[in-house]
Design a protein. Structure first.
Length: 435
């Protein structure tokens, strides 16, 4: 985790203190279940809770023990025994290290998901507000980066809203996918631990029992989770890239808010660069990169190996912390985005009516002209706009073949911008479900 791109609440989930606290709670809840089943004395389970709940786990002491044992869970259990005393012999009964590690990892992913879902809710709220603000703000739509036909800036934002709403749905399902608990013992057979212990711990920790584990929780669950984070990151980059293009000097239809005292360049005092959206593009690349090792973690050997372990120690914190930061940054960017409707209109008018070419072509076909000839007639006049800066309407009106098929009034009518926005309300109802 890079502090520059970390927020405290998300980073805290992955702190050693948080991890060891979760480990303790898993062990203590398991002891409770065993006490109810008569496997361990109830007094011992109570003592484990009493001593452990009040303890502050000594990270340096655990690290010291691990340097000798070369085993992180044993190091923790040894330190816990120092805190609890003789009753610690009833801790970890019939369990294996993966029971603790995997259940803890899933708890951390669930908690991280809750933060990310809240982030998405904030972003969706901002996108909705800005979409309604610019529902009728006419702008040029582009395909291949080239002027296509008119749209509205509100529709651009509504599209982003719909995309992130899908992202939220996917993350909700991905959260459910990793919200499982495994306390099944060595190779997952429950030979030395009652399945009811797993059920008890799962309920207490807000998880579901893993239907069948080996010695680890199956990693296809985690692959889907990190793939979902990667898709969200790609959606972030798509919107950030849109902002970057719209802020180019020759376009300047929208730009990131430039605060008082902000500097754009160490060399050129005039610069106002899209640094936030460029930063988001880079962060998205990193989150996507974590999906590949998560996919590769699925193919573990037999009932378990630890080739996944080092990977998850990195990608768990880094992917969730980075995505959390990126979502919050994107929300702030979109909330303060400066929009220039007058520049949108200027760009729309730059090619003097060229964007209405399709309407004219369709009108010609409806007047009896073949589609091939209609395309030829319209393109012939359109190229004069591209190459000579001519006025598209004037060229059409001066074209004898066009005028032979269409009267002047009908040609002029095809240049009405309102035609392109007549279904905006319909699209908004589809996206937002409101009148």
């Amino acid at each position: 985790m890079i502090p520059r791109y970390s927020r405290p609440e998300m980073a805290a989930i992955w702190s050693p203190e948080s991890k060891f606290r979760i480990w303790f709670e898993i062990e203590a809840h398991a002891a409770d279940a065993m006490a109810e089943l008569g496997i361990v004395p109830k007094e011992a389970a109570q003592k484990i809770w009493e001593k452990g709940a009040k303890a502050t786990f000594d990270i340096e002491r655990i690290d010291e023990i691990e340097r000798e044992t070369k085993h992180d869970v044993i190091a923790f259990l040894t330190h816990l025994a120092e805190i609890v005393g003789p009753e610690a012999r009833f801790v970890h009964q019939g369990m294996t290290s993966s029971d603790v590690l995997d259940t803890c990892f899933n708890i951390q992913l669930v908690r991280a998901s809750d933060i990310l879902l809240a982030d998405l809710d904030q972003l969706l709220s901002v996108l909705k507000n800005r979409a309604y603000e610019h529902k009728d703000t006419i702008t040029i739509g582009r395909s291949h980066g080239i002027h296509a036909e008119p749209t509205t800036f509100g529709l651009k934002l509504a599209q982003a809203y719909a995309e992130f709403a899908r992202c939220r749905d996917r993350l909700t399902r991905a959260r459910e996918e990793v919200a499982t608990c495994a306390l099944s013992g060595a190779v997952g057979t429950f030979a030395n631990i009652d399945p009811r212990v797993e059920e008890h711990v799962a309920k207490r920790m807000g998880l579901s029992p893993e239907p069948i584990s080996t010695q680890v929780i199956p990693r296809d669950r985690h692959a889907m989770f990190f793939a979902t984070l990667a898709v969200i990151a790609s959606s972030i980059e798509r919107l950030a890239t849109e902002v970057r293009h719209l802020q180019r000097t020759e376009v300047l239809e929208a730009e990131e808010y430039f605060s008082p005292g902000q500097k754009g360049s160490s060399a050129m005092p005039h610069k106002r660069n899209p640094v936030l959206s460029e930063n988001l593009t880079g962060l998205a690349r990193m989150v996507r990169a974590y999906a590949i090792p998560a996919l590769e973690n699925v193919a573990l050997w037999h009932e378990r190996d630890i080739s996944h372990s080092s990977v998850e120690r990195m990608i768990g914190p880094d992917a969730t912390v980075t995505l959390d930061f990126a979502l919050v940054r994107l929300t702030g960017l979109m909330e303060k985005l400066v929009v220039y409707p007058q520049n949108m209109q200027r760009n729309l008018d730059r090619f003097r009516g060229l964007v209405h070419s399709q309407r004219v072509m369709l009108a010609l076909t409806q007047a009896g002209v073949s589609r091939e000839d209609a395309y030829r007639l319209v393109q012939r006049n359109a190229m004069k706009v591209w190459e000579k800066g001519a006025d598209f309407l004037e060229e059409l009106l001066a074209d004898d073949e066009v005028r032979a098929a269409l009267p002047e009034a009908e040609i002029r009518e095809k240049f009405d911008l309102a035609y392109h926005t007549k279904h905006v309300d319909t699209l908004f109802r589809r996206v937002f479900g409101e009148d």
